[in-house]
Design a protein around this ligand. Structure first.
Ligand code: PLZ
Length: 460
């Protein structure tokens, strides 16, 4: 099916403020939501979206908001990608569901075939499909345990792997993810992440010292009792931490030496986000198992576990599954996503987004007192707020900047263990003019928030 004929955007690709953000219609809808929906769900910007395309989210008050989030790294090919829409519509017209464990459909096999062919690793692979990222991570652990006969799981500081019970245990941050939700599954151990910006003895020592700490942990706990080591090639929720060079390679070698399954969680950083199909490629690492989700489904819920055939097939038949695992509509969407990535334009866009973001954000390192780091790859870029010298995290500034961006119609999100990082995850189809407009608002908001914070602390 050829669905890539260019379609001119229907939604004008400019920022527009018709009302305050949120506007009156959103305010009313949010009040109704509070009457109906559990308060267990938070919301970053209480604005109701009517349409989304390219780099624009249009709300119910007619505001056009610049999207620098992509629904948390999901709509990388755009929220109205024609290839995704065409394939989902075609599938929708035939059937919505059979349950792959009951009767089969080819979309499931085709998605697995694409992932087997494109996932890093020059070895024979098999894939299992699920719906959410957490579900895929859990299944990677099930597979690793089944294949090795071992139980322990090694994870890292600042990690995020999900909100289910096992993945909560693997996630580092207590609040909001774990607070009050324990007890958690046992057998999860945490080692230091070689985080260059905050490594106590300096970035240049991060790789060697963090790897030494991992070796110590493995020696103390018994390396031969670990089924899996799970790592994000670039940490997402934890603060867009790019591990120090060589750390990931070192982990892969340690895992191999001790017969531990090396699991790479590409859920946030994968599928073209960083300018390569897989973020693993930047450091030349290869997971025995690679986990993907988010952007592979183009907005429909789809996740995948792809790995060495001997691991993936070690599980007894019937041991893996789920009613909605690899739903036909989600598989159709994924095939549209793969098609959208075929000609390389989106990967090039991700690299252009990085160049533009760095050009506009790196001067903040000189011009401001609190933007202390600019980091990331491709369209996964963040700025960290911290005091010069002490590096004391400044979550207050990140929060203030986010609020000012939202008021101006630019959607950004904070992240990080200390909540002091602002992350940018624009759709890869965003126009550069729109991106520059959004980044300009962000830069101005940083200056304003700093001035505001100073005026608050200096006595009159
Ligand atoms: N692994 C690396 O980034 C999801 C979480 C949003 P699910 N990240 C966004 C929130 O607050 O719930 C994520 C991730 C990495 C696993 C997951 C989990 O993916 O699809 O949210 O289950």
């Amino acid at each position: 099916m050829n669905t890539t004929q260019p379609k001119s955007p229907q939604l004008e690709q400019t920022r527009l403020l018709r009302t305050a953000v949120p506007g009156p219609t959103s305010v009313a809808l949010h009040a109704e939501r509070m009457q109906q929906v559990t308060t267990g769900f938070g919301v970053a910007l209480p604005v109701f979206i009517e349409r989304a395309e390219g780099g624009i989210l249009q709300d119910v008050d007619g505001n056009r908001i610049i999207d620098l989030v992509s629904g948390i790294a999901v709509t990388s090919v755009g929220a109205s990608n024609p290839a995704v829409q065409a394939r989902v519509a075609e599938q929708l017209s035939r059937f919505t569901h059979t349950c792959f464990m009951v009767t089969e459909y080819v979309g499931f096999t085709e998605v697995c075939a694409w992932l087997n062919a494109h996932t890093p690793g020059d070895f024979d692979k098999r894939t299992a499909l699920f719906s959410t990222g957490a579900e895929a991570v859990e299944n990677a652990i099930k597979i690793a345990r089944s294949a090795t006969g071992r139980s322990k799981v090694l994870v890292f500081d600042d990690a995020y792997h999900g909100r289910s019970l096992l993945t909560m245990a693997m996630t580092a941050k207590e609040n909001p993810y774990k607070k009050g939700f324990g007890p958690f599954p046992s057998e999860v151990y945490r080692a230091p992440m070689a985080a260059p910006f905050r490594w106590p003895s300096g970035a240049q020592n991060a790789t060697a010292e963090a790897l030494a700490a991992v070796e110590t942990l493995l020696a103390e706990r018994g390396a031969h009792t670990f089924a899996a080591m799970v790592v994000e090639p670039i940490q997402g929720e934890g603060g867009f931490i790019v591990p120090a060079p060589g750390f990931l390679q070192g982990l892969q070698q340690l895992a191999a030496r001790h017969g531990i399954v090396f699991v790479v969680d590409e859920i946030q950083a994968g599928m073209g986000r960083t300018g390569r199909l897989f973020a693993s490629e930047h450091e030349g690492i290869v997971g025995d198992i690679t986990v993907t989700a988010k952007a592979i489904g183009g907005g429909l819920p789809l996740s995948a576990v792809t790995g060495r055939t001997e691991l993936m097939n070690a599980v007894h038949t019937g041991g893996l599954g789920g009613t909605y695992a690899g739903n036909p509509l989600a598989c159709a969407a994924a095939l549209g996503v793969f098609e959208a990535f075929e000609d390389g334009t989106l990967l090039a866009n991700a690299r252009l987004i990085e160049t533009t973001a760095r050009r506009m954000l790196e001067p903040l390192l000189e011009q401001t007192a609190t933007v202390a780091d600019v980091r990331g790859h491709g369209a996964m870029i963040a700025i960290e707020f911290a005091d010069r010298g002490t590096l004391a995290p400044r979550a207050d500034l990140a929060k203030e900047v986010v609020a000012r961006c939202h008021e101006q119609g630019v959607l950004v999100l904070a992240c990080g263990t200390h909540g002091n990082v602002i992350r940018l995850l624009p759709p890869l189809v965003i126009g550069l003019d729109l991106l520059e407009d959004g980044l300009g608002v962000l830069c101005a908001a940083v200056a304003q928030a700093e001035a505001f914070a100073l005026s608050e602390t200096v006595p009159a």
